[in-house]
Design a binder for this molecule. Sequence first.
Ligand code: HDD
Ligand code: HEB
Ligand code: HEB
Length: 519
Amino acid sequence: MSVVDISRWQFGITTVYHFILVPLTIGLAPLIAIMQTVWHRTGNEQWLRATKFFGKIFLINFALGVATGIVQEFQFGMNWSEYSRYVADVFGAPLALEGLMAFFLESTFIGLWMFGWGRLSRRLHLACIWLVAIGVNASAYFIIAANSWMQHPVGVEWDPERGRPAMNNFIAVITNNTTLVAFPHVIMGALLTASTVVAVVGLWWMARNTYRASKIEEAAKIGDESIIPATTSPSQVGASPEKLRHDNATLWRPVSIFALWVIIGSGLGLFITGDMQGQLMFKQQPMKMAAAESLCETETGASFSVLSIGRQNNCDNIEHIITIPNMLSFLSDHSFDSEVKGVNELQKQYQEALNMPGQNFAPNLFVTYWSFRAMITWALGSVVVAFGGLWFLRKKRTEVPRWFGRLALWMLPTPFLANASGWIFTEMGRQPWVVVPNWADADGDPLRIHMLVQDGVSNHTPPMVWATLIGFTLLYGALGVVWFYLERRYVIEGPSDKDAAAPDVGSDDDESAELSFAY
Ligand code: HDD
Ligand code: HEB
Ligand code: HEB
């Protein structure tokens, strides 16, 4: 493999990894802040238990999110130094703001929240988690702004002296319309991820408690204790069936219902923002649109393809098998019979406009076509959880059958896969560009600003990049295992009954130290 390809793999692998953790951090922070607010307002201690339980899951995720994030930054300078030089002017400001947000808001207030139980006043402590939630979302905005600039460069002019774009309008960079639609789409995706995790954990716990309660009762009837399943979870050990049902009714059911409605809300949000992104992409990156459909020839009233076969990543042998007539035109600009340009025509048009004969401007059609469909299909996992959950919990019901608890658990990876697919689509559909020429705004000379991926790479030898690729992949693999087993352990252990006790301000006893982070 060439240095470009190895560097691409390296960026792809590490950043997809980072984005397994990121959406859970971004989505879980506000959900926990809401849980704590409910406790604060109502004094209902079950919400305090939920806050602490999901807080633990959040802290582990955050720690590994930071660890995987730090490596991301190194790559710009290490593997993509030409690209970094090119975008330096533009990325400097938003990424500096990201760092400030991340370090000041997130890190400071997360520390205060973690160790502040019983030490800060309740209001101040609640404010900390809200500031964490705002901080992670704000830092997401700036990093998305940087990414959007690569998809649709604005606010710059060509600087012939330095041979790179110079930023002439910071406001234009951070209000890029690509950012304005990508940001809410990403946040909705993060909320979908976090709410699915909360709902799945809640429903699985309800199923577990339901099953255990019925087994204890059955055991009493037949006088055989051995049928009671073993458990080490503190809230189950020694608990009577009444206590288990009480937990279901007062803790898990309200928490699950809250999360299930967030799934529905964020799902709708994804739909609306995804549609807006599609229309913008049609104007700004028509080639990505054509690739997403593997549409080779320009069509009016183009249909949306659901299934097609035979693609070997070229236009010769693609066959669309199942299609929805006129749907692609509709997705592009909400009219059923508009023209959608195909790969072949765009290819010719780009070669002429940029005076680059011989350059292939089509991304990998197979990957773009299927990653787009995967993004949407994986969302069905959360839909199953949402509708199933609301069905089983309807009208004050507090029992969840064991099979549904397990099914819900199987749906847990789906929102993560949807997010990864969305990014793979966005980033691989951008190829061969690392900075896409601005096709949408024709004033000035916007086409002057662009960079091919192959021109952005550092001047390394393949063995060098191989070494870091292998090193990072092993490191991330190990971090992934740590993340999975820690999270799994705390989910199975569940919330302890002790967590329902609100720590007193100013008490410096061991109890509050333990509550802070002796997990
Ligand atoms: Fe990230 C942590 C750098 C993509 C959202 N990231 C994090 C850290 C660094 C980076 C250095 C640790 C520092 C800190 O949190 O204080 N991130 C990057 C780079 C990216 C990138 C160079 C480009 C590929 N990150 C990225 C995206 C988003 C985030 C696209 C949001 C949409 N990053 C975050 C976060 C993190 C974080 C929510 C994630 C997990 C965490 O904090 O705990 O702020
Ligand atoms: Fe990115 C690349 C994903 C974010 C920048 N990415 C890449 C890849 C992938 C990705 C898969 C590969 C592709 C190819 O090559 O084909 N991303 C991703 C994800 C995310 C991201 C998942 C979330 C985290 N990015 C991002 C951001 C930025 C970026 C934010 C900026 C700032 N990318 C980038 C670069 C690169 C990439 C520079 C390299 C070059 C190429 O294109 O490749
Ligand atoms: Fe998504 C991306 C659409 C769903 C996640 N998306 C994207 C895009 C589009 C879309 C068009 C691209 C843009 C560019 O590149 O420019 N979606 C859509 C639609 C739908 C969706 C239509 C249906 C509803 N998504 C979804 C889901 C998820 C997602 C479900 C998860 C959860 N996406 C995503 C991501 C991304 C995307 C992460 C990347 C970033 C951005 O935004 O760009």
